[in-house]
Design a protein around this ligand. Structure first.
Ligand SMILES: [Zn+2]
Length: 386
């Protein structure tokens, strides 16, 4: 079998070079079927109990903050912010890592919502030059080591965000770190709670395995800006006993119904719809940064839904099947390719003419508008990492 030939996974429809098993299941689906699926319900209920224990003991410590939430300004983490403060009655610090791709809507939400809920907000800003330097150097490592699958610019960006946030919490001795990842954003078998009992296991798991390599490479190549900075991610420190517990509640709380009720009821928060991601380049990040992967970064999130549920919500509003998703991504890639070649902006009319299938799959005007808006950002970001 040709190692570079792309074969489609039977379960999720994804095609990754040379990473498909004999029975034509991709390594991500294989991991999911083996480690997560059989235990999903049991994992979820025990995780909720464990989380409540951790919250209770955090309160007993009577520190300035019980928990630090990685707050992006999007729907998921806003819902969590609300739960932590009003349901669990915790003292919360909302920490936001603002890198150059965080869009204006997210920036506004962070300020507006922390004010509305009276929650302390801390912002760590990554400057444009620093950010580009890290992403370029990280991509160099991925290419050199031929790291497969979802090791992309997104993961390097995640490294910077996680390093800054976790280091901040550890330095301030905040006992619990909460993140807004939901189950569909987990590209593989992630731990739902990184608590003392499983900390040692996490170090060699995705994404921390990649993080370890990035740390070493950055210390070699970007020593001046990385070594001992807030981005120098010491996993051993994070995973040592008696430091902060790390919880990703939306990986085990069944959020969909409650969250949507919350979002639709929230006065003045109507811009928190699930389609409005806080990253400006998510749709084409991988295509621009690392063409070998060649699929939009957001694709992995959709695939994760397909893997678990056999359908996915491309923009929160309606369900599509595995085959429709494959068609959608194919059409999206074609459109991205055309924009990169023609350097022209698009509008709804052009998109309808050029990609009627894409428009049809998007269904409502709001989703179409959003995709048009995202596509028109490509020309700006095209040369961003050169
Ligand atoms: Zn698969």
């Amino acid at each position: 079998m040709d190692k570079n030939k792309k074969i489609k996974c039977r379960q999720c429809g994804n095609a990754i070079k040379g990473a498909i098993s004999k029975n034509r299941i991709c390594f991500l689906c294989e991991d999911y079927n083996k480690y997560y699926k059989p235990y999903e319900k049991a994992i979820n209920s025990s995780a909720i109990r464990k989380m409540e224990q951790i919250f209770a003991s955090a309160k007993e410590k009577k520190a300035k903050y019980d928990v630090m939430l990685l707050y992006s300004g999007g729907g998921d983490s806003t819902y969590l912010l609300y739960l932590l403060k009003f349901k669990y009655k915790l003292k919360v610090l909302a920490l936001s890592v603002i890198h150059p791709l965080v869009n204006d809507l997210a920036r506004q939400n962070i300020t507006k919502i922390t004010k509305k809920y009276r929650i302390d907000s801390k912002k760590i800003t990554i400057k444009d030059g620093t950010y580009k330097e890290f992403i370029k150097t990280g991509l160099e490592l991925i290419k050199k080591k031929k790291i497969k699958g979802p090791a992309s610019a997104c993961q390097i960006c995640n490294y910077l965000r996680d390093a800054a946030a976790y280091n901040y919490a550890l330095n301030k001795k905040i006992p619990v770190i909460v993140t807004g990842f939901n189950i569909n954003q987990l590209v593989s078998v992630y731990p739902v709670i990184i608590s003392d009992d499983i900390k040692s296991r996490c170090v060699n798991n995705r994404p921390f395995k990649l993080y370890k390599e990035l740390k070493n490479y950055f210390n070699k190549r970007l020593r001046k800006i990385h070594k001992n900075s807030i981005f120098d991610f010491d996993l051993n420190r994070l995973f040592s006993q008696n430091t902060a517990e790390v919880i990703w509640p939306l990986s085990f709380l069944d959020l969909s119904l409650d969250k949507h009720k919350f979002l639709s009821k929230s006065q003045g928060l109507d811009n928190l719809l699930p389609s409005k991601t806080n990253c400006d380049a998510l749709f084409f990040y991988d295509i621009l940064c690392y063409r070998k992967i060649g699929v939009p970064g957001k694709y992995f999130e959709w695939l994760s839904q397909i893997r678990r549920l056999k359908y996915c919500h491309i923009f929160g509003s309606h369900k599509i099947s595995k085959d429709q998703l494959a068609l959608f991504v194919r059409e999206l890639k074609k459109e991205i390719g055309l924009i990169l070649k023609n350097k022209r902006t698009v509008d709804i009319k052009i998109l309808k003419n050029r990609s009627p299938k894409l428009v049809k799959l998007l269904k409502n005007k709001e989703s179409i508008d959003y995709v048009v808006k995202m596509l028109n950002k490509i020309n700006y970001y095209k040369n961003y990492f050169r």
